[in-house]
Design a protein around this ligand. Structure first.
Ligand code: T4K
Length: 374
């Protein structure tokens, strides 16, 4: 017999939130009537409108996933040469840059919220730089004002990877309102999801028009194909999942906020443990809960990772390794150029976070961490 209430069932780093089976069944019923399954159907169009409202942005362009949104957005904007970005991210950000034939130039991150450090951007700008791709990591917002100033001064485009920032606001302004464009991921593991999915938010009508063509093979009309595009469209079943999940997303964020507070109450007392900075004016979505183990903790990230595993609890090392040290880029980049990111990537553990995480499981996770720190 197990000695915990979960009967020793595995606890994973996150758990997708789902609408009830009945709610989703009801939402997809008219897809059977219309037999319209994809290619800009009614659900797609409705979700697009509802997301524009929810995120407070002028335009939303929906995609099959977050990665394709970012990759095609960089292409649509005609970005060339060098792009300043962060290595402390999911591999998708860097791959989207490289797959466009661009050169990523890695800036360091801030120690307190793990977003790109504006102070390290300016010295990396050359005559070949055309854009900055910062990442709102874990639901923390980048220093959008400083980034805007640098971008204006040097005439650079800013495309935010906002994969982790759905519903995040700063002084009431949504994450999708900053920069020239922002990419959201609606992957199953995200605060708001469409199973797989993604979007670009932008005020730029021309960019949205270009994205529309790029995600549909460059088709302008039945007989006119005047661009070389890909297929990046969101289908009706994904959009239906989005319509359901959007009804519950505020509740989802509220529950995550309670989980985060519980973790903070328990973990902030522990020696040598650093929690992410609470950013003034920012309403987070609590997408991830990162814990950094400093030398004073008397333990290491890897030791805690293993100890949790012994209890059938699976945390993740998001984001280790840094994307500038991946095998596929061997010898191409120098990780020592981003020392803070390198240090954080070796010390950070994202512990389980989901709306359905129960108080006794949170306590169990904290007990294991406390035991390691002792
Ligand atoms: N930029 C950033 C900063 C990103 O974090 C991401 C995606 C992107 C861009 C690209 O966006 P997308 O193209 O993916 O829309 C996961 C996700 O696949 C990925 O979307 C996410 N970031 C990344 C941080 O995490 P893995 O390989 O770690 O996921 P996986 O399959 O190990 O799942 C993690 C846990 O989630 C599982 O242990 C259990 C839970 N889970 C997973 C799935 C697939 C569920 O509860 N349900 C599910 O269906 O990459």
């Amino acid at each position: 017999m197990s000695d915990n209430n979960r009967n020793n069932k595995p606890v994973l780093v996150t758990k997708s939130s789902m609408p009830s089976f009945e709610e989703y069944s009801e939402e997809i019923r008219d897809i059977w009537d219309s037999v319209w399954l994809t290619n800009f159907g009614k659900k797609h169009n409705k979700l697009q409108e509802e997301l524009q409202d929810y995120l407070g942005v002028k335009n939303i362009s929906l995609f099959v996933n977050g990665h394709m949104s970012l990759e095609l957005c960089l292409q649509a904007m005609g970005i060339e040469g060098e792009v300043i970005t962060t290595p402390f991210t999911f591999v998708s950000t860097t791959h989207a840059i490289i797959r466009n034939g661009l050169t990523p130039v890695f800036a360091d991150i801030k120690e307190d919220d793990y977003t790109i450090d504006p102070a390290s951007i300016e010295s990396l700008i050359t005559e070949n730089t055309s854009a900055i791709v910062p990442v709102h990591v874990y639901g923390n917002l980048c220093d959008v004002d400083a980034i805007e100033q640098i971008a204006k001064k040097h005439n650079l485009k800013v495309i935010y990877d906002a994969a982790h920032a759905f519903g995040v606001t700063r002084n009431g302004v949504g994450a999708g309102c900053f920069g020239d464009a922002s990419m959201f991921s609606f992957h199953a593991t995200k605060v708001f999801h469409t199973i797989e999915g993604g979007a670009i938010a932008s005020n730029d009508d021309k960019l949205i028009e270009e994205l529309y063509r790029l995600k549909d093979f460059g088709i302008r009309s039945e007989e006119v194909i005047d661009g070389v595009g890909a297929n990046g469209k969101m289908n009706e079943f994904a959009a239906a999942m989005g319509l359901c999940n959007l009804r519950h997303v505020d509740e989802e964020i509220e529950k995550r906020s309670c989980v985060a507070s519980h973790y903070r109450n328990r973990l902030s007392k522990l020696r040598g443990i650093k929690l992410s900075k609470i950013q003034p004016g920012v309403k987070s979505n609590y997408a991830y809960f990162p814990v950094v183990f400093t030398d004073e903790s008397g333990t290491s990230r890897d030791e805690v990772f293993e100890a949790l595993k012994q209890h059938n609890i699976y945390s993740r090392k998001y984001f280790y390794p840094l994307t500038n040290s991946l095998d596929c880029f061997e010898g191409r980049f120098d990780v020592n150029m981003t020392p803070v990111a390198l240090d954080v990537s070796k010390r950070v553990l994202t512990i389980p976070m989901s709306a359905s995480l129960e108080a006794d499981v949170i306590d169990e996770i904290c007990d294991v961490i406390e035991e390691c720190v002792k």
